[in-house]
Design a protein around this ligand. Structure first.
Ligand SMILES: O=C(O)CCC(=O)C(=O)O
Ligand SMILES: [Fe+2]
Length: 289
């Protein structure tokens, strides 16, 4: 398959991508798990793996009390009418924006030690939080293989060129708030697939590598590049819900989905009072070199 016959239809005349995937990209093969780490990675190891495999697992970022608090916060934001999140013919789907500008209880989830150094290692100068979501999904939910952000096509050979270092412009930290099982619909990641340099088109494997499950424990985090091919396995449980938080990061060339903290009129007094200097830096909208 060449770039021209697969990715061309996904591009605007300017050469920029318009879509995250095309055609049928749902993975229905045999499910295998990503290797579970035997320890917390060092920042250098994490940064290196973000370039080679495109994802890193961080065990035990949250303790059990923090997992319970975050789940409770998600239920609180969901409100009393739980039924409204049941989408007829599909699944329970409750997703709220991480409202960093008005919710001080979210501040603690953007700068966890070890994870933050990895984020800075791949996005600096100017690594910042660009958005996120609090997301609870139920039985029947699955997501086809896609990229989150791959702004332009690159031939695969570029990634293998000696000395090449293709930057990740965006990344996402997924905080899992369940002990994951296959029937809860784990996230799927194809290791190394950011080197495809394009979104998937009518395919759910890359170079013969199948998607593998992020089979982690509650409180673990998976950080992955926006250009890696990923999706989610079917939630085949009777009535079990998967609780997950996404925190999106980007380089300074990526816009935020909310006003930067320098525009204080949009921010709550509580957040302004409680944000640490590091959190302020991450919440600041980049203003240039
Ligand atoms: O729910 C998941 O595990 C994957 C979510 C995802 O890939 C997305 O929101 O773009
Ligand atoms: Fe995604």
């Amino acid at each position: 398959m060449t770039l021209s016959d697969t990715a061309a239809d996904l591009r605007a005349p300017s050469g920029q991508f318009l879509k995250k995937s095309a055609g049928k990209t749902t993975f229905t093969g045999t499910l295998e798990n990503l290797p579970y780490p035997d320890r917390f990675p060092t920042p250098d190891e994490a940064v290196e793996q973000m370039f080679t495999l495109g994802y890193v697992l961080f065990p035990g970022v949250l303790d059990s009390a923090e997992v319970a608090a975050l789940r409770a916060l998600m239920d609180e934001k969901g409100g009393a009418d739980d039924d409204k999140y049941n989408v007829p013919g599909w699944c329970y789907n409750r997703q709220h924006v991480t409202d960093f500008w008005q919710e001080p209880r979210l501040l603690t989830y953007m700068d966890r030690p070890g994870l933050l150094e990895a984020v800075r290692g791949i996005h600096d100068p100017g690594a910042h939080v660009t958005g996120g979501s609090l997301w609870t999904t139920g039985a029947g939910r699955a997501m086809g293989i896609h990229v989150d952000y791959q702004p332009f096509a690159l031939p695969e050979s570029v990634y293998d060129a000696p000395g090449a270092r293709i930057p990740a412009l965006t990344s996402t930290a997924h905080y899992y708030l369940n002990d994951m099982t296959a029937d809860l619909g784990p996230t799927l990641v194809i290791p190394g697939s950011h080197k495809a340099g394009r979104p998937p088109v009518d395919e759910s494997t890359w170079r013969g590598v199948a998607p593998q499950a992020v089979m982690v424990k509650a409180g673990d985090v998976c950080l992955f590049r926006g250009d890696i091919w990923h999706g989610a396995w079917l939630n085949s449980s009777q009535n079990e819900r998967r609780y997950m938080m996404q925190v999106h990061y980007g380089t300074m060339y990526i816009r935020k989905t909310f006003p930067g903290i320098q525009w204080e009129q949009f921010w709550s007094a509580d957040v302004l009072a409680q944000a640490t200097p590091t959190q302020r830096e991450l919440l600041h909208a980049p203003t240039g070199m």
